[in-house]
Design a protein around this ligand. Structure first.
Ligand code: PGA
Length: 261
């Protein structure tokens, strides 16, 4: 395994943030960028704030992403958003298969896979989420669950395209609950995911892959999580809504990176 990869931190705003709140938060994030070295930062506003965010980030290294997309490129699908539309508004990334979509909106490994292919068709980098529910963890089925989700989500993905995909391990029991996975628990799953990439796509692809952790990431736990060998950054929900918590998360990750790289 080569040296540690620089921190990759994504703020998933979920169903929060008006256009004026977006302006204020992005203003603080953009101002903090010079202190964050080589960290890669992606913000994921709601669809309604993407236009304003794209305008504000036009001259910044902060990248823009969306929270979901439909698998068809266009057509009569009222209420859906396509890859070409996201790309047109300035998105570079799109979250696919978030556990909230799986839990509340009927997302399955099959529909996640269709969305991954749709994202790639539109030159969007998918941030593909996997993670077990509490019953699965308690029953010792965590690894089996994430392996199945990995295989399902990445069905038919070429060795060339795997390099465009970011994986996010998000234990469902840790999302929005204040209960974070310990660095050891997260690292064990991240190591399995990296092994899966190595098995399917080779060691080099595995060494380059970005695998994020998500689930109650805060300034107080980001340093110890990022120190783990296979944790490359974070998918942050609640704590990404305020500059006072999001920026310190990135700074802590940078600090850990400088220590272990
Ligand atoms: P949380 O959400 O940080 O609020 O737990 C993480 C996520 O759902 O991506």
């Amino acid at each position: 395994m080569p040296e540690k990869r620089p921190p990759f931190v994504v703020g998933n705003w979920k169903m929060h943030m008006t256009v004026s709140e977006t302006r204020a938060l992005l203003d603080s994030i953009v101002k903090a960028v010079p202190d964050l070295g080589t960290a890669r930062i992606v913000v994921i506003p709601p669809f309604t704030a993407l236009g304003e965010a794209a305008r504000l980030l036009a001259n910044s290294s902060v990248a823009l992403g969306a929270q979901n997309l439909f698998w068809e490129d266009k057509g009569a699908f009222t209420g859906e958003i396509s890859g070409p539309l996201l790309r047109d508004i300035g998105c570079r990334y799109v979250v696919v298969g978030h556990s909230e979509r799986r839990q509340f909106f009927g997302e399955t490994d099959i529909t996640v896979n269709k969305r991954v292919h749709a994202a790639l068709r539109s030159a969007l980098k998918p941030i593909v989420c996997v993670g077990e529910i509490l019953e699965e963890r308690d029953a010792g089925r965590t690894m089996a669950r994430v392996r199945t989700q990995f295989d399902g989500a990445l069905e038919g993905i070429s060795p060339e395209d795997i390099r465009k995909i970011v994986l996010a391990y998000e234990p469902v029991w840790a999302i929005g609950t204040g209960r974070t996975a310990t660095p050891g628990q997260a690292e064990d799953v991240h190591a399995v995911l990296r092994e899966k990439i190595a098995e399917k796509y080779g060691k080099e692809a595995a060494a380059c892959a970005i695998i994020l952790y998500g689930g109650s990431v805060k300034p107080a736990n980001s340093f110890s999580l990022f120190r783990e060998k296979n944790i490359d950054g974070f998918l942050v929900g609640g704590a990404s809504l305020e500059a006072e918590s999001f920026i310190p998360i990135m700074k802590e990750a940078m600090k850990a990176y400088k220590e272990v790289a």
